[in-house]
Design a protein around this ligand. Structure first.
Ligand code: SF4
Length: 86
């Protein structure tokens, strides 16, 4: 089946998963729920230049100050959140 013939929901899903370099994958994103964060997650942007504005962004937002987060940093964020839950 070519992309042209696919039903609309499939096309929409592809557009969602195709996104990258968004706030969810940015080192400056501070999600409300780091354990279950997905592209619809809301959180604060803590970039030093933007922090003062208390910007609430979603995982699918983006700006040109984007910097990719490393897996190790995601692990630390999630471990910290899990400890806080206990
Ligand atoms: S707004 Fe920009 S700097 Fe802030 S989390 Fe999103 S991509 Fe990163």
């Amino acid at each position: 089946m070519s992309g042209k013939d696919e039903p609309e929901p499939q096309k929409s899903l592809k557009r969602l998963t195709w996104q990258y370099e968004n706030c969810l994958a940015c080192v400056w994103f501070s999600p409300n729920d780091p354990i279950n964060a997905d592209i619809l997650e809301r959180g604060l942007c803590i970039h030093p230049k933007l922090k003062e504005f208390n910007l609430i962004v979603s995982g699918r937002d983006w700006c040109n100050l984007y910097k990719e987060i490393r897996q190790k940093q995601i692990d630390l964020l999630q471990e910290k959140a899990m400890k806080a839950e206990k």
